[in-house]
Design a protein around this ligand. Structure first.
Ligand SMILES: CC(=O)N[C@H]1[C@@H](OP(=O)(O)OP(=O)(O)OC[C@H]2O[C@@H](n3ccc(=O)[nH]c3=O)[C@H](O)[C@@H]2O)O[C@H](CO)[C@@H](O)[C@@H]1O
Ligand SMILES: C=C(OP(=O)(O)O)C(=O)O
Length: 422
């Protein structure tokens, strides 16, 4: 298994291009299952999760062709010949459950393995299933698989999500585009990835209103056509790289960055004393002098502070002036980076969903273990500002969500290299 070695090397200067969003691309790709005409996605990120979704779609009979080094994905589902999403693929990535709604809506049947829990929490899919049931789906859970049927096709319905779920909103939204009649999704997720999905579905001929608000209304249509759609910028990759100069000092412009994608996060950076400026090309972040101030963070659904940036923000707080309280409200077990940061000298106290971080002057490099995607990158960020060498082991998690991380950080002056495992 590969490791990443990072050595503290002073302030960072330069530009980092931000890729298309993993979490948008992972929901846009299954949208191909709604149509027998081609769907072309541009600005796709080159990540192992995208390969996993490619393998899953191909296992169903869809065609997925990578062009321009993987930045363009040409998808087609005109030859769908298998409606069973196998456990061996689904278990690798939770977003695999997103094939359920589209397959069921188009062909009236689908069998999809339950994805199971993961390091950050139990992550059930009950809301995906309940939303589909509200559209008339008949579901049966057997031997770890969801067996779904809608013999006469899905029918429009009303579903109010008891808690906000990004994935369940995506599954229901896709399914509703081909249901007969009107579907209303209440307390829907408002994440930019949902808005991007709605834009793509509309290009394919879907009738959708209200994306980006808590109520999405979908008027079902008989069929969807093809489309070409650019994947929205990755707000989590953006936030991660904005934190690099915040932690190390210096000035970095994140190309393609947009404040509307990371508003609550920018507010927290500014509260901590970091400057964020909108430029023609993106967002420029600088920390020219002075200490970072400790700030409190509560993770919430969009437009709140994203859970996917909590670990990276904790890395910043480790050397801030004062004490910060980070409250994780989305996932029940998302502080696995804390003990690893403590190996680097951080002072962190975790109680349930709350972590209290007391800032120290400087972290010290250490061998650490990456436990999940965002934990991995938080350790890299911490290592960039630490004294000496930090070896981040088990970085396969990192490759799920960050393309060419060594190159992107190396180009702005970071001392970072990948060591290939045996
Ligand atoms: C591929 C993708 O887009 N992943 C993102 C997506 O995950 P994902 O779509 O899995 O996250 P959800 O928004 O669904 O999860 C929010 C909360 O709802 C719970 N829940 C969810 C579904 C369900 O059927 N029942 C249920 O109880 C979850 O366990 C969690 O506690 O949104 C999360 C929250 O912003 C992000 O951290 C993930 O990076
Ligand atoms: C939790 C994440 O992804 P996933 O939902 O695919 O596990 C993430 O992107 O931080």
């Amino acid at each position: 298994m590969d490791s990443i070695v990072v050595t503290g090397n002073g302030p960072l200067e330069g530009q980092i291009p931000i890729a298309g969003a993993k979490n948008a691309c992972l929901t846009l790709m299954p949208a191909t299952l709604l149509s027998d005409e081609p769907l072309t996605l541009t600005n796709a990120p080159r990540l192992s999760d995208i390969k996993t979704m490619t393998t899953l779609l191909q296992s169903l009979g869809a065609e997925v062709v990578q062009m321009q080094g993987g930045q363009v994905l040409a998808l087609s589902s005109h030859n769908l010949n298998n409606h069973v999403a196998d456990y061996d693929i689904v278990r690798k990535m939770r977003a695999s459950i997103l094939v359920l709604g589209p397959m069921l809506a188009r062909d009236g049947h689908a069998v999809v393995s339950l994805p199971g829990g993961c390091a950050i929490g139990a992550r059930p899919v009950d809301l995906h299933l309940r939303a589909l049931e509200a559209m008339g789906a008949e579901l049966d859970l057997r031997e770890g698989y969801v067996h779904a049927k809608a013999p006469g096709g899905l029918k429009g319905g009303m579903f109010e999500f008891p808690i906000v779920s990004v994935g369940a909103t995506e599954n229901a939204l896709m399914a509703a585009t081909l249901a007969k009649g009107t579907t209303v999704l209440k307390n829907a997720a408002r994440e930019p990835e949902i808005v991007d999905l709605a834009h793509c579905l509309r290009r394919m001929g879907a009738q959708i209103e209200g994306e980006g608000t808590g109520t999405i209304t979908i008027q079902g249509v008989d069929r969807l056509g093809g489309a070409t759609h650019p994947v929205v910028v990755d707000r989590i990759e953006l936030g991660t790289y904005m934190l690099a100069p915040a932690i190390c000092g210096g000035e970095v412009e994140c190309l393609g960055g947009r404040r509307d994608l990371v508003g609550a996060f920018c507010d927290k950076l500014e509260e901590a004393g970091i400057s964020v400026t909108e430029t023609d090309a993106g967002l420029k972040v600088s920390r020219k002098n002075g200490k970072v101030r400790a700030v409190d963070v509560v993770t919430e659904p969009f437009p709140g502070f994203p859970t996917d940036l909590q670990a990276q923000m904790m890395a910043l707080m480790c050397t801030a002036e004062g004490t910060s309280v980070l409250e994780e409200r989305i996932f029940e077990n998302r502080f696995m980076h804390a003990p690893e940061l403590m190996r680097m000298g951080a002072k962190i106290d975790v109680h349930g969903g709350t972590a209290t971080v007391t800032g120290i002057d400087r972290l010290k490099g250490a061998p650490v273990m990456a436990t999940d995607l965002r934990a991995s990158v938080s350790l890299i960020l911490a290592g960039l500002a630490a004294e000496g060498e930090t070896i981040v082991n088990r970085v396969y998690h990192l490759d799920r969500g960050y393309e060419r991380v060594e190159e992107k950080l190396g180009n702005v002056g970071a001392k970072i290299e990948r060591i290939s495992g045996k």
